[in-house]
Design a protein around this ligand. Sequence first.
Ligand SMILES: *Cc1c(COP(=O)(O)O)cnc(C)c1O
Length: 404
Amino acid sequence: MQTAGLPVGIVRGEGAVLFDEDGKEYIDAISSWWVNLYGHAHPHIAQKIAEQLNKLEHVIFAGFTHEPAVELAERLIMLLPDNQKKVFYSDNGSTAIEVAIKMCLQYWHNQGQPRTKMLAFKNAYHGDTFGAMAVSGRSAFTAAFDNLLFEVEFIDLPTKENIQDLKSKVSNLSSGLACFIFEPLVQGSAGMIMYEAEWLDELLKHCKQEHVLTIDDEVFTGFGRTGKPFACNYITEQPDIMCFSKGLTGGTMALGVTTCTSQIYDMFLSDDRMKTLFHGHSFTANPIACTAALASMDLFTSEETPANIQRIIVQHQQFKLQVENHPKVRTIRQTGTIIALEWETGNSTSYLSPLRDRLYHYFLDAGIILRPLGNIIYILPPYCISNEQLAYIYSKIIDALNEI
Ligand SMILES: *Cc1c(COP(=O)(O)O)cnc(C)c1O
């Protein structure tokens, strides 16, 4: 708080634009931390929520159920890979991950063959609660807690060159490995680091062979971000468990979902109460949040959404061609609607680098919310953003490349 600038007071949002107290407009080029998919204060989502608020705002989700939760589970399962059969609700992305980890650990515990070690990628980010932090890369964010985090084996992202090594590593560890957790195709917090589906697929096939459960963290990549509905649609081997949040409600409110296969579900189905997955939050499956997700799903499955996603992909591709040879551009990479540009700094690349603050304020002054990760600028717009708004963002990035 001592060094942070004053926050900007936002009073209203419409489409890709936010308005502050003085009426200044900002294009939300990062979808308010990657959550917003169809624009702010979307009228369809707002109306559905208002109707639901007048019917049922909340009810205990133990021993009771309600239509929005049931319908959301059914519609979600229809969209996911065939092997995903069961839905578990929680409150946000981190809790969706906690639930996934607990499912895996208890899957082995319930069989009387405890496995406690986990496998994750270096530089991973899976959330800020303790289990989620443990399976995330060690960094400035975790430093104060590192010696309290449980044991995780970290491996490099898979490539053509290292895939054999990674497979042997999995084989060597396999009898003790409860699960492998991964961000598919794009590691968001690490700096929009991208890797190829082919090698992920191969690694997942190997995990399956070695009976290591796999957790696909689609909290960020879900619902069209990577160009397909889910990042796992780029691979053939399907994960055992999937996690969702962020875009799940179109960015309207917090909700977490963890889905799993029947194989995992069946390991908890028993007369023995000790085999229960004891996990519940006060607001589990909140009807308003489920309704927001259902309304969001109406928009996701409309014709307009894939067309908008394709449109953004093409705009990004053209921008990439335009700037990739600029001397200040170290690299520029794209997966679907996500484009990330690494600034040539000569030396420092840390998240806390001073360049980051300069760039942040440069764009804020220009009426664009971009939040660089160190020297990496990324654009991750709501799908409703117009070509004109995108062109304005691209032009300001080019100005910044020339001026800063
Ligand atoms: C944001 C994020 C999370 C955590 O979600 P929260 O809702 O912020 O707790 C987990 N995994 C990934 C890949 C994320 O991007």
